[in-house]
Write a protein that binds this ligand. Structure first.
Ligand code: PLP
Length: 238
């Protein structure tokens, strides 16, 4: 991570920024005909150290996301126990799966059946149910992970063979170069997939989460039905 955001940010500043983000979510949700209370804000903490994360928790953050196993391992001991829900949002190498499963409630970046079976086995060993989101490469960006949109149904069906996983929905990251029109198109396609897989609820499939939208595009994501937005820069920037 080359980018490094403001580690000295105060809980007061974080509270104000969270409020602004909440207001923006409200407007965007109403614009799209969605319930703003159905949208959770994740603080993405990959650009800041543990003390800034502690202040974010003081400011009211209930959910954090990290994309590297090592950063999680370093930060978790500094956080108040049980104060925050932690999701893994980065590309997960199999040899890091055991460690990550111990530390998080949810892996948002499930992008293959091979990884699913590794996570399933690790969840069993930890005697926990691990929530997963299927990562979809909606923009077919060759630089991004995630499965193709047409493979989503087959993937969700196949995940019924992983009883220690709970399939809670979908996650996506849009191509960096997407303009506003393309963003809306991709978010709307994601919402279509989300509505369709919700109809598959049953067994370990319990879909209630559509994770899409980051600092630059969360308003558009919420307008198109996101239930979880992942915000790093807008929260922690100087
Ligand atoms: C870094 C990251 C974010 C947050 O991005 P910002 O633009 O800093 O808000 C969201 N989702 C994922 C998967 C990330 O890696």
């Amino acid at each position: 991570m080359v980018k490094c955001l403001n580690n000295d940010i105060t809980a007061e500043q974080l509270k104000e920024r969270l409020q602004v983000i909440r207001e923006n979510i409200c407007k965007a949700a109403f614009a799209g005909g969605h319930d703003p209370d159905g949208v959770d804000v994740m603080a993405v903490t990959k650009y800041v150290g543990a003390q800034a994360v502690v202040r974010a928790i003081e400011a009211g953050v209930k959910l954090i996301g990290e994309n590297r196993e090592q950063s999680l391992r370093e930060k978790i001991p500094a956080l108040p126990r049980g104060a925050v829900d932690i999701h893994f949002i980065g590309h997960l190498q199999r040899n890091k799966a055991a460690s990550v499963v111990k530390m998080v409630s949810t892996v948002q970046s499930l992008d293959s059946l091979e990884l699913a079976s590794v996570l399933d086995r690790q969840a069993l060993l930890c005697e926990k149910k691990l929530a997963v989101l299927v990562e979809v490469n909606i923009g077919r960006d060759p630089h991004k992970s995630g499965i193709a949109p047409e493979a989503v149904f087959e993937m969700v069906d196949a995940l019924r063979d992983c009883p220690n996983l709970t399939v809670r929905g979908l996650m996506t990251i849009l191509p960096l170069e997407a303009d506003e029109v393309q963003c809306e198109k991709y978010f709307s396609q994601m919402n279509g997939l989300y509505v369709d897989i919700r109809a598959k609820n049953g067994d370990n499939v319990s879909v209630d989460c559509l994770s899409m939208g980051m600092s630059s595009d969360y308003r558009l994501a919420v307008k198109h039905g996101a239930t979880l937005v992942r915000i790093g820069t807008s929260l922690f920037e100087s």
